[in-house]
Ligand binder design. Structure first.
Ligand code: HSE
Length: 440
């Protein structure tokens, strides 16, 4: 049978990896897919560089629309990124009856509902394994492998840049700004790292996982997003002393009131496997009612790891494109007419436990005042750690750090209590609050 023909839009790091892996493993991929898969046309603004990657046998153009317009092309891979031209091209490819493979988490987290609806109406597939956790087949696991389960929660380290920075901060006792500069110098962080360090990239990814896990529309605008820019080495050190590591987690959880969807730094018990995921690696824990906890670990970025996911989608589409569209795996795991209307909860309704650090005057009654105020708000304390003033504020120092771990509390209740605590004259600096997840 004639090989399936693929058009590639954008041949940067992931595009090159896709081309190379597809070529290197073409015989095995053909045996798996039942048909050859070939990239026969590439669009890139830098045509000379693109041609040097793919060689003379592949047509290179600078106009992505020429790829979409080519009737020979069965599948379009979009690796341009962003919401602008990428969105227009994906919609045009769908309208032209092409199946689409994309690694564009931002596009799908924000415009996924519109894109999947257009694809369903046209009877084409939009596959996006590479959009979440790079080479880890987490979309496949959620959508197919765990399909028997009522998924209860997902917690993932789904941004390698921030995990690298946090690992370095912990290993070397350095603050965020110092490590970020080093990460940029080494090429681990981009020149403009905003989406990574502010938690936006992780929020795009957890939004997609949430939709698939719970059968809800993609709703990036409802996600709570907090990055790692405010984290200090001091809190990483104290967390360690209490038996925790701090990780940037993407969390989505089913509760009686609705769905939690949030990204923020979290204390995780050091004994959990996910707490020991270091450097730029990614890991996702999924809890299903039947299976319990499952853990997925691997490279969340990079040329060939991400290509691994792109090509898995190409093989899936090659196997399924002749099937009746109604018998394919639905884009968001649930049939489009069987989606849930579970609401995504505002952050004030989220229930979690907390690490609090208060810089306080080292004088009689301070601890009693602080714990009394928390008790009055109905917040139960799990552990307290107080450092010696000398250790915190130097020889003869008069202030110290009071670290409190709480039991589960509604975030709105915690916000009110923190506002009151902050007003105490003996609380000398802005209170540090980091959420804590036991993940058990
Ligand atoms: N910038 C991402 C990360 C990879 O650092 O994990 C692409 O999503």
């Amino acid at each position: 049978m004639k090989p399936i023909q693929v058009g590639l839009l954008g041949i940067g790091t992931v595009g090159s990896g896709t081309f190379n892996v597809l070529k290197r493993n073409q015989e095995e991929i053909r045996r798996r897919a039942g048909r050859g898969i070939e990239i026969t046309m590439v669009a890139d603004l830098d045509t000379a560089r693109a041609q040097s990657v793919v060689g003379a046998g592949v047509q290179v153009v600078n106009d992505a629309r020429a790829v979409i317009a080519n009737p020979e092309i069965d599948i379009v891979i979009e690796l341009i990124g962003g919401y602008g031209i990428a969105k227009a091209l994906v919609m045009e490819a769908i309208a032209a009856g092409k199946h689409v493979v994309t690694a564009n988490k931002a596009l799908l987290a924000v415009h996924g509902t519109e894109i999947f609806a257009a694809a369903s109406a046209k009877g084409v597939m939009v596959a996006f394994e590479a959009a979440v956790a790079g080479g880890i087949p987490i979309i496949k696991a959620l959508r197919e492998g765990l399909t028997a389960n009522s998924i209860q929660w997902i917690a993932g380290i789904i941004n390698g840049t921030t995990n690298f920075i946090l690992s370095e901060m912990r290993d070397k006792g350095l603050d965020f700004d110092v490590v970020l500069k080093e990460a940029q110098r080494l090429g681990y962080a981009e020149a403009d790292p905003t989406f990574d360090i502010e938690g936006v990239d992780a929020a795009h990814k957890v939004t997609l996982m949430s939709a698939i896990a719970f059968g809800i529309p993609v709703q990036f605008d409802k996600a709570y997003v907090e990055g790692i820019t405010q984290l200090g080495a001091t809190d990483i050190k104290y967390a360690e002393q209490l038996g925790y590591r701090i990780k940037l987690l993407g969390i989505t959880k089913r509760t009686a009131k609705g769905i939690e969807l949030r990204v923020h730094p979290s204390l995780v018990p050091s004994r959990r496997l996910i707490a020991n995921v270091e450097g730029a690696m990614n890991a996702v824990v999924v809890n299903g009612d039947a299976v319990g906890n499952t853990l997925y670990y691997g490279k969340g970025a990079g040329s060939e790891p991400t290509a691994s996911a792109v090509i898995a989608d190409l093989v899936d589409i090659t196997r399924l494109h002749t099937a009746d569209p109604h018998h394919r795996v639905p884009h968001l795991a649930f049939q489009p007419d069987a989606m849930s209307d579970l609401t995504v909860l505002p952050m004030s309704e989220v229930v979690t436990s907390y690490y609090l650090r208060l810089r306080v005057a080292d004088e009689a009654g301070v601890l009693a005042k602080v714990t009394g105020l928390l008790a009055g708000a109905g917040i139960s304390i799990d552990a307290v750690l107080q450092r010696e003033a000398d250790e915190v504020s130097g020889e003869g120092g008069t202030s110290t750090d009071l670290i409190i771990l709480t039991h589960d509390t509604r975030e709105g209740t915690m916000n009110d209590a923190l506002a009151q605590l902050q007003k105490l004259p003996t609380v000398l600096a802005p209170i540090v609050r980091i959420r804590k997840e036991e993940l058990n």
